[in-house]
Design a protein. Structure first.
Length: 276
């Protein structure tokens, strides 16, 4: 485990009067210290929950162009993902390689262009490409029934991102496409699909009204994703965002505009599908 360099002093990790680890600037966590911590847990000297809490503070991997947070899943329940925009293909390939080599759990690259996808797959060709998302090391299948509904076909790229991230974490989401409020009978024809879901992601642009409609029809978690689909007064998704935030269907969760990734993470948190 590599401790990141930077302007910080040596520090000790201590709890309940027990010295667990010593982490210093430009130093590695000593393997013997980790072994001692494990032995103390095994002997009952330190409670397992206490040890986990201290391990959550361990460092990241500095690979030059990025600092990879290998312990994010330990803290948040979900591992770090790779956001493509702004990164060179080389950046992406180095990060993918680090996550696959030294990390655990699924590796997800989102919003990637063709050059980034090609570079990433050159590191490991076992990735599954879903539109602009690539997934390596998907988790075993889970039983939750998650529905991803779109107001229009134009919303599918954002829905695809959500579906891909859910799949990376073991959830094969169902899709309900093009059921916007301009033709509400299309949604009403599939109410059984809606009622059988454990959570629903609603992806909608224009005025974003579909989130309120679905939020008023089901008691399960509803995650609303405003998209930038729409004409002039849609304001590139701002109108849908404000409409969803002002929904009279209380308790729905609203992500940022076009944030299919965030919607999937919200689902995983709300249904308890994150690592604990």
């Amino acid at each position: 485990m590599k401790v990141p360099s930077g302007p910080r002093n040596e520090r000790t990790v201590e709890a309940e009067g027990v010295l667990l680890l010593t982490i210093g600037k430009d130093s590695a966590v000593d393997a013997n210290e980790l072994k001692n911590l494990i032995n103390d847990v095994a002997s009952g000297k330190i409670k397992p929950d206490l040890a986990v809490r201290q391990l959550q503070n361990l460092p990241f991997a500095d690979i030059g162009n990025a600092r990879i947070d290998h312990h994010r899943a330990l803290r948040q329940g979900l591992p770090e993902a790779i956001y493509g925009p702004g990164k060179t293909p080389e950046d992406v390939s180095l990060i993918v390689d680090e996550l696959l080599t030294n990390g655990s759990g699924p590796v997800v690259l989102t919003r990637a262009n063709k050059e980034q996808i090609s570079a990433a797959l050159s590191v490991n060709s076992n990735g599954t490409v879903i539109n602009e998302t690539v997934v390596w090391r998907p988790q075993p299948a889970r039983e939750e029934n998650i529905l991803v509904a779109t107001a229009g076909t134009a919303d599918l790229p954002i829905a695809d991102e959500c579906v891909a991230v859910l799949w990376a974490h073991g959830i094969e989401a169902n899709r309900l496409v093009d059921v916007g409020v301009a033709g509400i009978h299309r949604l009403l024809a599939d109410l059984d699909t809606l009622y059988n879901a454990n959570a629903v992601v609603v992806v909608a642009g224009m005025e974003g009204a579909l989130a309120s409609v679905i939020g008023g029809l089901t008691s399960v978690p509803v995650i609303a994703v405003p998209t930038s689909v729409g004409y002039g007064a849609s304001l590139d998704g701002v109108t849908a965002l404000l409409g969803m935030l002002a929904s009279c269907a209380s308790g729905i969760t609203v992500t940022g505009i076009d944030n299919g990734f965030g919607a999937a993470c919200a689902v995983l948190r709300q249904i308890g599908a994150v690592d604990k």
